[in-house]
Design a protein around this ligand. Structure first.
Ligand SMILES: Cc1cc2nc3c(=O)[nH]c(=O)nc-3n(C[C@H](O)[C@H](O)[C@H](O)COP(=O)(O)O)c2cc1C
Length: 304
């Protein structure tokens, strides 16, 4: 019998067969890995954030994973926008689901240059990762300031033309809702919330921090409550759609994120756990919806 559940979502001019989106950075910068996510059932895929010039990132160890969380200090290693735009072109010509190209920079001028180059590769959308230091503002993250977040959004929007832009917000700020409103006012077509939560881990026996970089970004199950609150609050304050990201590991987690007010759900760390895949998460979401009388994704959103 054909399923009565419609899992598709429309997101800022993108049509997704289901609400799951490969989160940025999880499977790197290569087209082949974006295609792997598509084959395993993702509704859309996001490339790892790229910068104007290649970056090697931080020294090992850079990633620690356990059942509760992942902490990473990869340091945004990437081959630079010149090479990355070739990967986006290749992904675009072989991928049946929307391809979102993620970019970052340390100044407005560099954001403009990276956006220009990546737009030429014609991704379906551009993700602006603003969780990086702005050299012109004493190295404060763009994501910490409404003025900086707005400026980047407005400049990239101008360059992107008809390509939708999504701004990826950091939870490491005092008021994420005001940042969300400022990027909406500056032309963002959507929001991705949240990036990793700042943290550190210490090895008691070695009596030293585990990561060579000392600090890293926490992701995975432990940050789900942080992500849910951010998505809930942002979705009540803006009209543009949100890709709710952070700790989604099962179809039930995905349902909760959609209930909070997300239009789609980013999935990252979950893919490192045994038995976790887009196919599995989507099947669990579909069963949950069938068992609880939902026929479409929008019905999941909480009333209040
Ligand atoms: C190893 C690793 C690398 C990441 N790289 C990026 C990146 O390049 N750009 C970005 O915007 N977010 C990056 N993220 C953050 C994820 O896209 C996502 O926002 C975060 O991990 C929370 O989702 P999750 O709990 O499902 O993993 C990275 C996360 C991890 C674990």
């Amino acid at each position: 019998m054909a399923s009565k559940i419609d899992l598709s979502v429309d997101l800022a001019r993108l049509h997704l067969r289901n609400p799951t989106v490969l989160a940025s950075g999880i499977w790197g910068t290569n087209a082949s890995l974006l295609l792997r996510a598509e084959k395993s059932g993702a509704g859309a895929v996001t490339s790892k954030s790229c910068s104007l010039n290649p970056r090697t990132g931080h020294a090992n160890p850079t990633i620690v994973l356990n059942e509760h969380y992942c902490i990473n200090a990869v340091g945004l290693s990437n081959p630079g926008v010149e090479l990355e735009s070739e990967e986006i072109r290749e992904a675009k010509s072989n991928c049946s689901v929307p391809v979102i190209a993620s970019i970052f920079a340390h100044s407005i001028q560099d954001f403009e240059a990276v956006a220009q180059k990546i737009a030429e590769a014609k991704p379906d959308a551009i993700e602006i990762n603003i969780s990086c230091p702005n050299v012109s503002n004493e190295g404060r993250m763009f994501a910490c300031s409404t003025a900086d977040s707005s400026s980047v959004t407005a400049r990239v929007k101008d360059i992107a033309g008809s390509t939708p832009i999504f701004v990826k917000l950091s939870p490491n700020v005092s008021d994420i809702v005001s940042i969300a409103k400022s990027v909406e006012d500056s032309g963002a077509d959507g929001i991705i919330a949240i990036n990793t939560v700042s943290g550190m881990i210490i090895d008691a026996y070695a009596r030293k921090p585990v990561l060579t970089n000392k600090f890293g970004g926490v992701s995975g199950p432990a940050i789900k409550p942080v992500a849910l609150k951010a998505v809930y609050e942002i979705s009540r304050a803006v009209q543009i759609p949100i890709i709710g990201t952070g700790g989604v590991t099962t179809g039930i987690d995905a349902a909760e994120m959609l209930m909070a007010g997300a239009a789609a759900v980013g999935i990252g760390t979950a893919l490192s756990y045994p038995g976790r895949s887009f196919g599995a998460i989507v099947a669990e979401l579909e069963s949950f919806m069938a068992e609880n009388g939902y026929s479409g994704i929008k019905q999941l959103r909480l009333d209040e």
